[in-house]
Design a binder for this molecule. Sequence first.
Ligand code: PMP
Ligand code: GLN
Length: 384
Amino acid sequence: ISQRVAPFGTTIFTEINQLAQQHSALNLGQGKPDFDTPTAILDQVVQSLRAGNLNQYAPGDGTPALRQAVARHAERFYQLDIDPTHGVIVTSGATEGIFASILGLVDPGDEVIVLEPFYDSYVPDILMAHAIPVFVPLHAPDWHFDPAELRAAFGKKTRAIILNTPHNPTGRVFTREELSFIAALCHEYDVTVIADEVYEHLTFGEAYHIPIATLPGMFERTVTVSSSGKLFSATGWKIGWVSGPPALIEGVSRAHQFITFSVHHPTQEAIAYALNLPTSYYQEFQQLYTSKRALLMSALDGAGFRYTVPDGTYFIMVDYTPLFSGSALDFTRYLIQEAGVACIPPGAFYSADHAHLADGYARLAFCKSDSMLHEVGERLARLA
Ligand code: PMP
Ligand code: GLN
């Protein structure tokens, strides 16, 4: 195998899924729902499959209907004016969207700032582009960045920052004040933002999502990545998109055309339909997850775990130290074997030098049926 991929190993998600299966554990590891995609959306896929003209290659940058729907969604929720023809690329999930953005917008030797912990694909993407990741820590328990540390990470070689809000794995939703601070640095150092907003509709209580592209002067320097996986409980379809100013989207498109060329055609039409659903869909989606978050929090409370209440995403970063002393990986094995509940040890979300910072924490996902979350509560209670 190539030197490029030799250090990567197996993703933590695959590893934990195998372990969870061996022990028949309730799997709160990988962020994928155990319930199905809404029926109305499934019906659209079936219709598209049978339409007679949608089973061959889709247009490379995505179907006109889906690009139009992405632009309309950005206008409806954020008053952003996206050009559906030159400002949107449909990708194979956000995963390809982020990779194509890095390949299309970052040169070898450029620095890319990443807030740590980070979603696990960012760093391999940066390394495969022969760029250099620069890490800025988020500090527990509330997962804030230190403005001085962030400023110190910016320099002449900084080309881009990957900004994920709402943030996986911490559940942070960055505030306008924090985003303005990042934006000012991006202006000062002429830096592009790759905004990963796949959890854009998963915010709770008073928290609300602010796309950094909506801040003054930021649209021109931001590509925003999102995905249908979370929003429509369809992680298996791998339909994502990147939107932004045509000058940047051109770079993403040039990379995308030689990574996948185009993505699954019939589901694009179904996702176009889904994105255009009335605002009530989005509200119900939020309510559904507000109650699932409450179920997992009460399960954790019952067992005596500590955690910072997440303002967004469907994850909780749990501080397990009141119940267990040992590494995050040891805790994960303990939880799977002793309680029959699987979680993700967050080491994979840290650079090798900082992986020890993950010790003390475990990420649990609440994108699960209420009955599973209740059973998790019963199983965790036995640990207390
Ligand atoms: N970014 C973040 C922050 C994620 O949590 C995920 C995982 N779903 C992705 C990107 C990848 O999304 P997709 O499944 O659409 O490739
Ligand atoms: N985004 C999901 C998570 O963080 C799934 C990631 C994956 O399977 N690669 O759990």
